[in-house]
Design a protein around this ligand. Structure first.
Ligand code: ZN
Length: 89
């Protein structure tokens, strides 16, 4: 029973590697239907490994006042730029 579980784990290793990837479903289908051919299993594993992880969204915090220094371009929520010291108009 342990051997069967180990073989199952090994067979679906490409799917496990791809669990948080964008192409999870197609990788799973290749793994499921073509995994028994060793070439299909290796292809699914390679695909899962080269696939980039979940897309990260970079959020740039914008000051509430929405003002930027005209000298250096840094966000400046107050009357003075904390980055270069220029007074804001
Ligand atoms: Zn500045």
């Amino acid at each position: 029973m342990l051997t069967f579980a180990a073989l199952l784990f090994l067979y679906f290793l490409p799917t496990i590697v791809a669990h948080n990837k964008a192409s999870f479903v197609p990788i799973f289908l290749v793994n499921f239907f073509l995994g028994w051919t060793v070439v299909g299993w290796i292809a699914a594993l390679m695909w899962a490994l080269v696939e980039p992880g979940p897309a990260r969204v970079l959020v740039q915090p914008v000051p509430a006042a929405g003002r930027f220094c005209c000298g250096c371009g840094a966000p400046a929520p107050s009357a003075w730029c904390s980055n270069c010291g220029r007074r804001l108009a």
